[in-house]
Design a protein around this ligand. Structure first.
Ligand SMILES: *Cc1c(COP(=O)(O)O)cnc(C)c1O
Length: 456
């Protein structure tokens, strides 16, 4: 069969708002032309993020009803611990309420002033927590990962030569761990190869530096390995995941992604000393070690979610749906970051609206117009997020001007995807009419969340 289907049928539905163009113009104006400030009841299709927006299965909802809310020693905890240990093989599993809580605790233990922690690309909360501890975050993406138009299988790989150079320059005693993010979120959800993880581990072993995986999208990464890396065609997703984790000494996780749930996370480690300190901080900040800031019923939904995410039919649909949106856009000539990654499609705003210079936020103009066209919410990842002016008033643009269309897991159908594509293609057809934008108000940090805009 050539066509793909959603490998599930729908048991409960949630109505989505359908609005008129005139209403959307009003809503967007009220939101000061910042989609972050829109109310969700005014959005038809929400592609702001794939984090915590998953639709849970009937088995997960059933597990929630069957939750055991004991403060300590809940059976939901033991099931969760067993499920995660079965997938990862790690000795200690420490639950948290989401990914950044895992990061905060881990870096409180191993970070601190003078420490340096490399990664293929640190996610923004990872970098934030690391810098908050006083440590320095270093990004070492491979050369392929920096070119948006280049098609390659594993654009998420870490630069191994750069990694060894960093260790020799800064000294192994200053690098408590190295990290690899699978898939590489900030680089467009691009996968990391098994070979790259294995070689990173071999290199780090020479210097006695532990390797930790930021494993939010481990199952999507494993699926790409199965599809693209020689020798893995006939392995199960679980076998591939086990091998990836076998090269690591620990991991952080946001279960809001491949845990197929709306909240949750964990730290995993083989290091007894790290685990002991982390558990002490956990009790002070998150909760007892058998629930870590979660309701026990959440742990029950997570155990089921972690089993479901290993299902290859699901992953084929998941990655296929993202690719389908990318292909519809490419057929119409819409410029996107290639190849499409695991969790979303990224429009290349520089090629989409070349008449708007980065200083006037082409990605923001496109995001606004996509909302006006179809009620679809996307997220600018360009100079609104990363651009700045230096002391001489010179504008420093972001490296790339992108618009991210993140696809929530199991939420939208093929016809929704076609509707999204049509909205974007319609905007692309009248791209010359897109207008430059300016910021009229901004916060001191992370301005993209709350900034106010207007047309120039
Ligand atoms: C989402 C994410 C995090 C942070 O997790 P939260 O659950 O949002 O706190 C860390 N790393 C990566 C790669 C992520 O995608």
């Amino acid at each position: 069969m050539k066509s793909f289907i959603e490998p599930f049928k729908i048991k409960a539905i949630e109505e989505i708002p359908i609005t008129t163009r005139q209403e959307r113009e009003e809503y967007l104006k009220k939101a000061n032309f910042n989609p972050f400030s829109l109310r969700s009841e005014h959005i038809t299709i929400d592609l702001l993020t794939d984090s915590g927006t998953t639709a849970m299965s009937s088995k997960q909802w059933a597990a929630i009803m069957d939750g055991d809310e004991s403060y300590a020693g809940s059976r939901n905890w033991f099931e969760f611990e067993e499920t995660i240990r079965d997938i990862t093989g790690f000795k200690h599993i420490i639950p948290t309420h989401q990914g950044r809580a895992a990061e905060k605790i881990l870096f409180s233990v191993i970070g601190g002033v003078g420490k340096i922690i490399p990664n293929n690309t640190h996610f923004d909360t990872t970098r934030g927590n690391l810098e908050f501890s006083g440590a320095i975050a270093i990004d070492l993406p491979s050369a392929e990962g920096k070119d948006p138009a280049l098609r390659a299988d594993f654009k998420g790989n870490i630069d191994l030569i750069g990694l060894e150079k960093l260790i020799q320059e800064k000294g192994k005693e200053n690098i408590p761990i190295a990290m690899i993010t699978i898939t590489n979120n900030s680089g467009g959800g691009q996968p990391v190869s098994m070979e790259n993880i294995r070689k990173a581990k071999e290199l780090l072993n020479k210097y006695d530096i532990p390797l930790y995986l930021d494993s939010c999208r481990f199952a999507e990464n494993a699926y790409f390995i199965k599809q693209r890396e020689k020798g893995y065609e006939n392995k199960t997703i679980k076998e591939i995941a086990r091998e990836m984790f076998s090269y690591a000494d620990g991991a952080t996780m946001s279960s809001k992604k491949d845990g197929l749930s709306n909240t949750g996370g964990y730290i995993a480690t083989n290091d007894d000393k790290v685990a002991e300190k982390a558990k002490t901080i956990l009790i002070v900040t998150e909760g007892f070690i058998t629930y870590g800031g979660l309701a026990r019923r959440d742990l029950a939904a997570l155990s089921q979610g972690f089993r479901e995410v290993l299902n290859e039919n699901y992953l084929e649909y998941r990655v296929g749906q993202v690719r389908y949106l990318g292909d519809l856009l490419l057929e119409a000539g819409v410029p996107i970051l290639e190849p499409t990654g695991g969790h979303g499609v990224y429009l290349d705003a520089k090629r989409f609206a070349p008449h708007i210079s980065p200083e006037f936020f082409p990605g923001q103009a496109i995001s606004c117009e996509i909302y006006l066209e179809g009620g679809v919410r996307a997220c600018e990842i360009g100079s609104v997020m990363f651009g700045s002016y230096d002391e001489n008033g010179q504008f420093n643009p972001a490296l790339m001007e992108l618009v991210r269309l993140a696809i929530p897991r199991r939420v939208y159908t093929k016809s929704h995807i076609e509707f999204i594509a049509e909205s974007i293609i319609n905007v692309y057809k009248r791209r010359e009419s897109l207008r430059p934008m300016k910021i009229t108000w901004q916060a001191e940090f992370l301005r993209h969340f709350t900034a106010k805009f207007d047309y120039v």
